[in-house]
Design a protein. Sequence first.
Length: 393
Amino acid sequence: MHVGILGLQFQPGAMGGVENYLRLLPLAGSHFSGDDRLTLLGGRRNQDILRNMAGRCAYQTVHPTFGQLLRRASIFLGHNLSGRSYLGQLEDRVTLEGFDIVHYPFSVLLPHVTSRHKLKTVVTIHDLQHVEYPTFFSKAELTYREREYARAAHEADLVSTDSEYSRKMIIARYHIVPERVKVHYPGIDVEYFRGVDEVAVSGYLAKHGIHNRYLLYPAAPWPHKNHDRLLLALKNITIQRDFKGSLVLCGVYNSFRRNLEKLIVENGLVDFVKVLGYVSRGDLRLLYSGATALVYPSLYEGFGFPVLEAMASGTPVICSNRTSLPELGGDCVRYIEPTDVTSIMEGIVAVWGDASTQLKYRDLGTKHVDKFNLVNASENLYRLYRTLYDNQQ
């Protein structure tokens, strides 16, 4: 069995949790055995980082043929003339030989794949945020998502998703038989986040001017990440209590950055909020380790890597009670209602000011997160691929 993972659309530092998902697939695939193989597939613009990401798995760059280059040029020209956005390699056609299964990890069956042999297809649809929060998307993005997600759900041989919550949503939205939609918890590299050097943590924090205890929220300032209510809750805490800590924000910066910075000023939080922007995985590991708690008030998550990464780091978690997050948190986090500023504030105060509460959630989380380790994730992923492959024989 030879599985190819299509990473041609991968854009490092711009894809949020989906980037984490792609990074973990080759790690899980490295546990394959015997004649079973997994190959990560990239394009010329991202081949260096994907080759490194592949680790012990194979890597292959997909080079477009001359005809495909001509097709790409004609699409680009047509889009320019019509004023539409060009989606680049999303609209490519690529030819793949020597594979049995092709895995599309970015929710859509793009780029189009052709082969002389019948290929089975797996698509990972991470979430249906556009269905529950359509106002967070432009009209063009909504149209694109609904068209391509529906096509992926109906045409792929197997739909994988990151949580039971998303599985139920996909089945209900696209009216497909439940047997075709499987949950694959991506898992995290638990050991990577444990045993972090305290000297390295102290050095990193000092370098970035973080001298007090802090809450950490690693999330791009997209609307569903709920920064506005979090900042309002923090404002109330600083007014009502003698708060000597800070909130550290990090994540992909985008068009919402200016609004985030405006909210910090308007709420009088310039002295209480540190905005780091995008940080590397290694630096994020240090930030988790040094934090008093992770605060995660997201309105919508298909999975929520930071919740598990914080647990693995021994950091208590204050977490939204929405969508997939209770699946990940179990009884090991302090839940908040993310649309209620008072609930967010109470959750922060309960954990921030009580060492015994911090210890409780630290101990619970450290044990709980082991269920999401890479070995379990790889075994589940292998079973999905193997079942699909065996059914075609």
